[in-house]
Ligand binder design. Sequence first.
Ligand SMILES: [Zn+2]
Length: 319
Amino acid sequence: MNCPLCGQDRTNVLTDRLRNGEKLRVFHCPECDLGFLEERKDEAELKRYYRNEYRKAYKPDVRGQADAERLFDSAVGFQQDRVARIERYLRRDAAVLDVGCSSGAFLFHIKDKVKEAVGVEIDPEAAKFASERCGCPVYTDYLAETPLAKRSFDAVCAFQVMEHVGNPLEFLLQLKDYAKEDGLLYVEVPNLRDVLVSAFDLPNYRTFYFRSAHLFYFSERSLRILLDQAGLEGDFFYSQDYHLVNHLNWVLRDRPQPRAEDGMGEPAFPVRPGTDGRAEAALNGFLARVNREYKELLSELGMTSKIGFIARRKREANG
Ligand SMILES: [Zn+2]
């Protein structure tokens, strides 16, 4: 199986089992550190899939509903890092585009900080919810099919989207088309170097991590190659959303917590009602410090759950 990024054929297999019991292989190119699914749906199949089926297969609760509102509620409290990272680059009159905005958790926070916030989301239920909740236009077609003008955005964002697209290079080039000449691309994807999959020996996490909806698995190395191919240059960031207790749950039980947000935000001990408030604060204060240190360590090691970049067009070399 040839690597879709560098073309070389000396690839190995990362896994032959995926989440939800699916049996497909994920290949890995040792040259560019790219993971890629052996069978990738074509564009028409992908569109049909994301319009109708994706949210039924992947949801924030292990059991239960995954409607647009539930999706929004599970994500809206965890956007601070994303907002903080881009905020300092944006003026009040900026225009921001969020591609694959889901039910609008990021748009909800960014809309009041800029002049124009626009979403693109092909799941019609999520798009409708995002548009109503955020008061922003949200288009339900692929970016190129919308009436949006090219070169009109100060920042084009795509969070947890590029791992789903059939051709990441074309996708980046398209985002670039919609950014102004000095505009930014703000992209975030799951990290192939996530400590739970790249360092810890957790067979069930491995199966949970690899999924048929993710056509590609990126690390800093493969992303740098992609950026270069797309004529972009940028700064990378590492971001860890799941906390230490979530990781200990995996380490001890090798299974997910019931709801995605149980593992996000600040961890807390399960304190009995009536416990001395100072004791509770001291115990959870300790947990917060250790959690912060753990996340910093994962960032230093490049082993966080997410990786991304803020990039712009490469400056032409002047003689
Ligand atoms: Zn390669």
